[in-house]
Ligand binder design. Structure first.
Ligand SMILES: [Zn+2]
Length: 113
């Protein structure tokens, strides 16, 4: 091991993904951020952690702060609205040379690669 192996994924920020393992399994959400170096992905409203905050000068009232904790990239897959399930992404090269991402299941074009 060692070195900074950057994950390879066809997923992008804004994609809707489904969690395929762990306690959030079966849930879907939009990718808020991707970290390919750490293989981490933050998905909107998924894997919420509660952090207790103490009152400070900035925040008069302490309380519970909820935010998304990163998930492992391998735990999510693209959610295809057409197939209504988690699918693998394929790449298709169009006649004009443009590369687009497709659902491997139904061949639906997701968007530009
Ligand atoms: Zn599909």
């Amino acid at each position: 091991m060692g070195g900074q192996a950057v994950s390879k994924t066809k997923l992008k920020k804004g994609d809707t993904v489904m969690v395929i393992t762990g306690r959030e399994r079966g849930k879907t959400g939009k990718i808020l951020s991707l970290n390919l170096v750490d293989s981490r992905v933050v998905v909107e409203k998924l894997n919420i952690i509660k952090r207790h905050t103490k009152p400070s000068q900035k925040v008069r009232q302490g309380g519970i702060l909820e935010r998304e904790a990163p998930l492992d990239l391998s735990n999510v897959m693209l959610f295809c609205g057409n197939c209504q399930k988690a699918v693998r992404l394929g790449i298709k090269v169009l006649a004009d040379g443009q590369r687009v991402r497709t659902c491997k299941q139904c061949k639906e074009v997701i968007e530009k690669a």
